[in-house]
Design a protein around this ligand. Sequence first.
Ligand SMILES: Nc1nc2c(ncn2[C@@H]2O[C@H](COP(=O)(O)OP(=O)(O)OP(=O)(O)O)[C@@H](O)[C@H]2O)c(=O)[nH]1
Ligand SMILES: [Mg+2]
Length: 250
Amino acid sequence: MAQVPPPGSVVVADWHRCKDSKEYFSKILHKKRRRNFGLLESPVMPPNVAVDTVHYKIFISGKTGVGKTTLAARLAGLNIPNMHYETTGIETTVVYWPVKLRESGRVLFFRLQLWDCGENALRRFDHLLPSCKEQVDAVLFLFSFTDRTSFDDLSNQIAKWTGTCASRVVKLVVGTKFDLFMHCDVAERDVRDFQETWGLPVLRMGGEVSDGLGDVSPLLNCLAENLWYQDCVAAGSSSYHSQQETGTLY
Ligand SMILES: Nc1nc2c(ncn2[C@@H]2O[C@H](COP(=O)(O)OP(=O)(O)OP(=O)(O)O)[C@@H](O)[C@H]2O)c(=O)[nH]1
Ligand SMILES: [Mg+2]
């Protein structure tokens, strides 16, 4: 079973709704929409509010058409594709997300670099998967609620990432197309059974991208929480409190 912190135990859940988060979230918004950051850009806080940024690489895994490119766009607040255009290589997207650590009250910007590679491209070109795997911090395993085979294949997918060298990789499962409940092919009970067997967080995604942050905050907070927890465990402290003072900063 995976070592997963209880939800909300490391970072403040729904912090984007709190008043004290406004000055941080305003840095990732522009006219109430998500701000797009260029390669060399990052959120800029006033000098008296110094905030550290922690960097992570995230790989999005799942069969073709499951919604990898859509998820990357959704998390970054970009327009999501209406049609399925196969991703022909690797596309990366950077997402900034401010997080408040529960114990210390310290705020961090998480810089999440999402790696999205088309499933057919991955099969065709052997060199793509090694670059996606290199120094990866987390994998999002996607299945679609409208495609039973994508759910049934999850165990195989996860097993491939459960070796000794892959043990320091955060694993989250994301069910896409949750909005298409008329075509739902995966029962809630099956999701619960899966969750009990694997002990991994399962998040649900779907529907139009809203202006707010509410539809992406559960996933981004969960990802940030698990990444931070993993770093703290790796730093060798039995509690993560001391690490809160010493995380990998750039
Ligand atoms: N309704 C709905 N449609 C979705 C959702 N996620 C993805 N789609 C649609 O599913 C289709 C395929 O999505 P993509 O994100 O392009 O799939 P992909 O996993 O990147 O596929 P490859 O690049 O071929 O590996 C697109 O038409 C999306 O609009 C969702 O949550 N809800
Ligand atoms: Mg794609």
